[in-house]
Design a binder for this molecule. Structure first.
Ligand code: BTN
Length: 325
């Protein structure tokens, strides 16, 4: 975990923008000695941060490295609570697993577990999520809303809208959402969201939102079985995208939408979600565990359940399925 001093130090540099900060100022802001500040700056240098140091003026950060450590994510972060507590790992089986443990141990709302690589990334419907080293965003966010359990799927849709908006902010691409929570670009999957619950007597104790975003993979990095159905932001834009920058954008969008949702309910989110949805108004097949349901996707209910109108006019509600368009 990132220390409090390190957090305050990075926040001071974030707020300073292009200004230099003196050692004295940094020591006062972070609540430690100037020697301690100097040691932290040395450690940040080792992580890959570049500082410009000017006599009588102080320090400024001129380059942040390209990993997703707590320091890199915090530098430039403009949220109140989302992503303010970061648990970083180089390699894990699944960030979901760690997030569940932290949530049980009392992690604060907005805590994020992030890893450079997952060896057993979990997908929906018990599938695996390919999570190679340094190329994607593999993270789990802990939220603790005071809500009944049946509202949990709404939070998945809140997250999907936030991720679409963040991708749009950072890359200019216009992704779409395939119900319930796949994010696609030109029909290929760029993001998956997996929501898991810790609940008690029908109330949510914690909700663990796992987000996997394919960011800087090249086409040849994808395994054969998903090569034709997956893509990355880098493949789509031809550029290398800052993962930490995109995470900050996701946290900013998610915090805003989540607070709107808690205050005004699901309706404003539903409208946004339907605006980004790929399948609404189209003929689709929902592949459920009990069989296929074919018909026209009408939209989602207040609970985020998909409504499909069959040929015979009957309207079916779909809670969990793979959608074929
Ligand atoms: C899907 O099947 O579309 C959902 C994929 C979710 C993957 C993310 S990556 C970070 C988090 N940790 C996991 O093990 N899974 C989720």
């Amino acid at each position: 975990m990132q220390s409090e001093i390190r957090k305050r130090l990075i926040e001071a540099f974030t707020n300073a923008g292009q200004e230099y900060l003196s050692g004295q100022y940094l020591a006062e802001t972070a609540g430690c000695s100037r020697t301690a500040i100097w040691k932290h700056i040395e450690e940040l240098r080792k992580e890959g941060f570049l500082f410009e140091a000017v006599k009588k003026k102080g320090y400024k950060i001129v380059h942040a490295p390209e990993n997703v450590t707590a320091d890199e994510i915090s530098f430039g972060l403009k949220t109140e609570f989302m992503g303010r507590s970061i648990h970083y790992e180089e390699k894990v089986d699944s960030t979901q697993k760690i997030a569940h443990r932290l949530a049980t141990d009392g992690a604060v709302e907005g805590t994020v577990v992030v890893a450079e690589e997952q060896t057993l990334g979990r997908g929906r419907l018990d599938r695996r999520w390919h999570s190679p080293k340094y190329t994607g965003i593999w993270m789990s966010i802990i939220l603790k809303p005071n809500l009944p359990m049946h509202k949990a799927p709404q939070l998945t849709l809140v997250t999907a809208v936030a991720v679409v908006q963040a991708i749009e902010d950072v890359t200019g691409l216009l992704p779409q959402i395939k119900w319930p929570n796949d994010i696609l670009i030109d029909g290929k999957k760029v993001t998956g969201i997996l929501t898991e619950l810790q609940a008690d007597a029908d109330r949510i104790n914690a909700i663990i939102i796992g987000i996997g975003i394919n960011v800087n993979q090249k086409l040849e990095d994808f395994p054969e079985d998903i090569l034709h159905t997956a893509t990355s932001l880098s493949v789509e834009t031809g550029q290398v995208i800052s993962r930490a920058g995109l995470m900050q954008a996701v946290f900013a969008r998610l915090e805003k939408l989540y607070l709107t949702y808690l205050k005004d309910g699901f309706y404003p989110i539903k409208l946004l979600w339907e605006g980004y949805a790929l399948s609404i108004g189209k003929e689709i097949i929902a592949r459920t565990v009990t069989g296929d349901i074919a018909g026209k996707a009408l939209g989602i209910t207040e609970d985020g359940v998909l409504k499909i109108q069959q040929e015979d006019g009957e309207i079916r509600h779909v809670y969990s399925a793979d959608i074929i368009i």
